[in-house]
Design a protein around this ligand. Sequence first.
Ligand SMILES: *[C@@H]1O[C@H](CO)[C@@H](O)[C@H](O)[C@H]1NC(C)=O
Ligand SMILES: *[C@@H]1O[C@H](CO)[C@@H](O)[C@H](O)[C@H]1NC(C)=O
Length: 617
Amino acid sequence: MLRKQCVFAVLFGGALTAQPSAPSPKAAPLRELPWGQLNVLHTTDVHGWWGGHLQEPSFSSDWGDYISFAAHLRARADADGSDLLLVDTGDRIEGNAIYDSSKPRGKFTYEIAKEQSIDLICSGNHELYKAESADGEFYHTVPDFRGNYLASNLDIINPETGKRQPLAPRFKKFSTKNQGIRILAFGFLFDFTGNDNNTFVQRVEDTVKEEWFTEAIKDKEVDLILVYGHVDIRSPEYALLYSTIRDAQWDTPIQFFGGHSHIRDYHIFDSGSVALESGRYMETIGFMSISGLSTGQQARDDSPATTLEGNRATTLQFQRRYIDNNLFSLHHHSGKNSTTFPTTHGLKVTSAIDSARESLSLNHLYGCAPRNLFVSRRPYPHKESIFTWLETELLPHAVRPHAEGKKALVIMNTGGIRFDVFKGPFTKDTKFLVSPFTSGISYIKDVPYEAAKHVLNLLNHAGPILTSKELGETALLMPPEHLAARYRPHMYDAHSADSSQDSETVFPGYTTHDDAGTDGDDTVHSPIQFYKVPNCIQASIGFSASSDGAVQEDVPDVVDIMYNEFIEKWILLALAYLGESYGVEDTHSYAGGKSFTDIMTDWVEEYWAAEGGQCPE
Ligand SMILES: *[C@@H]1O[C@H](CO)[C@@H](O)[C@H](O)[C@H]1NC(C)=O
Ligand SMILES: *[C@@H]1O[C@H](CO)[C@@H](O)[C@H](O)[C@H]1NC(C)=O
């Protein structure tokens, strides 16, 4: 049925942009792009969503559409003598079936990514969890973007020579095509410690002391310092980079681009330095413009940008916009319509993504979700919380203790769940969006219940006890969106809709509050509330556990502690803290190592079976 729609689109003159089953975008009031002297398009944390969102109209454009869009903006820059740069700040892999279900896993991803011409690109932490994906950067992304890939604090063991070397150059200096703006660029990763042993992430505080860095930032023949990275824009790492560079260059404009925490945000360091973070999953294309920059063509001392701080503020101008990634927005901002928008190149990439999806059978139907289940858009617990569903429906039926008559506590970290389930088809696509990781469930037999019952509470509330250099923070147990709260204490506060807008055309979506106010989003939306989630959730199997200390009838003496493999270190540490010492040798792999993703899918096939192979409208 979906294929038929796409055929109609061709017959009736609509070009085949976006994926065939993608929903049409809805019209909404838009804010214009604040075009300037230097313009930048920014993507981050794409996590394999090259096909866009096939169940959400607001984010339904794909990587091919982004290629067409960038081509139009590049043409605009060439026509009016301004400049356009494209930046991507990492985590391009893991989180979508087109990456996670292909064999080898990078099969389509590298080919699709490289079609966009990206001027500045770097690695995220996800590229480095496994030695193979770090090698994938070495063999594919680095050469595909040679000269544009930077690795200011990242080394790799060269798989050919066995020797440690920078993954890519540490920094570069270049001049923009039309304006001749001289840019000094660095590409960073936050102080990540969970990488495999073939890469080395140097802490930012150590990197800024290195001679190559202190020398590089002394260069006065620059018009802009551009720091991009897989780094939260309000993190200590960026604060340190800002202060270090500002100490060396009191008046050079410094633009930061960041990522990792999956949110839209904009931070103003000073009147000459700002930072943009552009969301996640191809939902957002970040747009940044800077005007009032000196250029290599002028004598720098005559430039208005180098006069006193007060003057600079009136001439140097930074503006940001968060674009909802759909064709309604992309057509508007490029001044094109459905006939004039798609470029041959963009269409080719769209169709390559479609073929990849077909070859992986991503529309294969496992069942029909009877309602929406959200990661963060509902409180926990709630009947539309995905964690309540796991705890009360899925885990109690999908997981069994090690022997008949035994009881178990199943503990999962919320960060293992990456995305919402929408009412309707639960496909192979959905399966990997919700749970892209390959890890299975492990268990420890017959743990005294008196200790076992406190593990969840420790994981959720006793952060400092379980925080060590080796383990990383318990914050890593949560979905990345929630990591952002570390630097944003008011993130969960409710905010009200802009009531001046016409409620007929305004629908829920991103309503970003950042350092420049509330007008950053390109699309005017009504707000979606964002709720806190715990680090971990727990299901009890074979009895009803009470977390509030109420007297229970059926309290077991011992239980199996079952958990997703990823959190084993934390589970063992929590048990040790509770006086129950277990080692890795006491842990067992559940169901022959079957991944949680497959366990979930089997449950969906059994409990949400699609009648006649189709979901009700
Ligand atoms: C990395 O770890 C693997 C297995 O854990 C080991 O075989 C290998 O020698 C290690 N490599 C380095 C460079 O330490
Ligand atoms: C798109 O724009 C072109 C050029 O302005 C125009 O000729 C064409 O009719 C438009 N197509 C649609 C579908 O509006």
